[in-house]
Design a protein around this ligand. Structure first.
Ligand code: ADP
Ligand code: F6P
Length: 319
């Protein structure tokens, strides 16, 4: 292994920079050159890349986002696009690739490793925490803490003005952030795409609570379970109670990574390089119960088992 390529792809997540820094410096310390590839698979197709030195990754461990920038690249899903990417990899003498991102990025990595025989290792970088083989993905801890901070602030006004708030958090296919902030924020209800819910039952609970004197409610909804505005409208129509809507949005994707995300990025960036050095390909790195864990990329993108029903029951019991 003489030269590796590193890219970030899909939605950015806080801690990706720590992973880039770790992969680049670990490679350089093993006399391997590190090519920084910009804008994910799009940069690969367009040969948008440069060789990184030790100082290319100085002062980034504490920064959110990704210095490599990131993108979505539909062209890489075509045979022609992939062929061009592989030509660029070969032309630039890149012997192995480190791909930091979510399940879409991993699908690209599967294509590169299995179909085109490019040694490729996936590093889980997404706020959604929907990758298998790791307890946590890089960025999910920061995102949860950002959204939780918003919930805490909403609670102040919700309680003071005795109002119902519907708060939308990120997660197009994943209820991870919603469940975490819902549990951590002690909210009244949580709606996630993985769990069926009945809005009329919820409205019934609100009215019943209202009769008992429980007037302020916080309902957290993952974006994949519905739009907060629609849910709030339905609550008002059904209960005649006033509602307010907050969409936490992309603030959840930014900000200085938590210690956990920086450390996870640091551990996994280096682990990915080490796997390439050992001649491995088609693998994804993760940490389970504080131990490094390696799985096949195909297993990493299978649906991640969650304890959503159990957590939901507990949350409801404690409200
Ligand atoms: P994430 O990695 O955060 O889940 P996306 O799902 O948007 O983000 O995927 C990022 C990129 O990965 C896509 O824009 C595309 O370039 C690549 N990708 C996704 N799915 C595939 C696939 N089936 N084959 C090849 N590349 C893919
Ligand atoms: O995959 C990460 C994520 O933040 C999801 O939670 C969210 O649904 C999606 O990306 C938003 O994507 P975009 O930034 O393109 O709106």
């Amino acid at each position: 292994m003489k030269r590796i390529g590193v890219l970030t792809s899909g939605g950015d997540s806080p801690g990706m920079n720590a992973a880039i820094r770790s992969a680049v410096r670990y490679a350089l310390n093993h006399d391997i050159e590190a090519m920084g590839i910009f804008r994910g698979y799009a940069g690969l197709l367009n040969e948008d890349m440069k060789l990184f030195g030790h100082r290319s990754v100085s002062n980034i461990i504490n920064r959110g986002g990704t210095i490599l920038k990131t993108a979505r690249c539909p062209e890489f899903m075509t045979e022609e696009g992939q062929k061009r990417a592989v030509d660029v990899i070969k032309k630039n003498k890149i012997d192995g690739m480190i791909l930091i991102g979510g399940d879409g990025t991993y699908r690209g990595a599967i294509t590169l490793s299995r179909k085109w025989n490019i040694p490729s290792i996936g590093v889980p970088g997404t706020i959604d925490n929907d990758i298998n083989g790791t307890d946590s993905t890089i960025g999910s801890d920061t995102a949860v803490n950002t959204a939780l901070d918003a919930i805490d602030k909403i609670r102040d006004t919700a309680t003071s003005m005795e109002r119902i708030f519907v708060v939308e958090v990120m997660g197009r296919d994943s209820g991870f952030i919603a469940m975490q902030v819902g549990m951590g924020g002690g909210v009244e209800d949580i709606l996630v795409p993985e769990r069926k819910f009945n809005l009329l039952d919820m409205c019934h609970d609100i009215v019943e609570g209202n009769v008992r004197g429980k007037i302020s409610w916080i309902i957290v909804v993952a974006e994949g379970a519905g739009k907060a505005a629609d849910i709030a409208k339905k609550i008002t129509e059904t209960t005649s109670l006033e509602t307010r809507v907050v969409v936490v949005g992309h603030v959840q994707r930014g900000g200085s990574p938590t210690a956990r995300d920086r450390i996870l990025g640091t551990v996994l960036g280096s682990a990915a390089v080490e796997l390439l050095i050992k001649g491995q390909t088609g693998k994804a790195v993760g940490v389970i119960s504080n131990e490094l864990n390696v799985v096949e990329l195909e297993d990493a993108i299978k649906p991640k088992p969650t304890k959503i029903n159990q957590l939901y029951e507990l949350m409801r019991m404690l409200t």
